[in-house]
Design a protein around this ligand. Sequence first.
Ligand code: KIV
Length: 265
Amino acid sequence: MQKKETITSLQQARGQRKLVMITAYDALFASLFEESADMILVGDSLNMSFLGEPDTLSATLDQMIYHTRAVCSGAPKSFVICDMPFGSTNTLDEALRNSVKVFQQTRADAVKIEGGIERAELVRHLCDNAIAVMGHVGLLPQSVRSEGGYKVQGRDEASFAQVIEDAKAIEAAGAFALVVEGVTSDLGAAVTEAVDIPVIGIGAGNATDGQVLVWSDMLGFFEAFKPRFVKRYLNGAELVKEAAAQYAKEVRDGLFPNDEHTYGK
Ligand code: KIV
């Protein structure tokens, strides 16, 4: 029987084995990922791929709690992380109140907070109050509107140095692990070198301690565009459309249900 990861086992993995994180938003897919993934992230990316919104900013805490409950039910042996949505952690009090709500209303093992050095005090406050925190530095999707787009970080000296400072500050504040997103591969490697906690990359090259992909990108369900860092391990959209078309045809042709799928008289 698979053993559930803990903060200790995840931290001990550094340098020993690569860590695998996949996002999930529901019990069914979480149960399918449980065997392969070390961690399941209930990312606020659900606002885009589940709710069809153009960015993550309108995700609410209640939505994150609802989906985290589903994921924890579907994957009870997985280490589950709930992304704290935009606007839910603006002050120390609000961040603690909302993180406690996540811990009390779901079985999540940790929360994830986007941001660098400016969030360090807040991360410290949560860690001091028994909330396990995963940091998230580099490209910050929750800053897409204030930044005017999704911009790969580390292409100039200032942003390279800033992301390293951010990573160190979040580690010093007590985060048990870090996501680094949308950075050059040199910066992904430098962040991993600069800290002692596990660094999980997305669009950050191959030198990090692990990788995370959004499930609908990884399985090819999201067709609108494919960022360079995404690898599709399945042509999900094509397969689902083919299957749905086949079902529709058989219903319209009167071929489904046949005797095999019909209760006896
Ligand atoms: O929301 C999300 O899915 C994420 C990952 C991209 C790391 O934050």
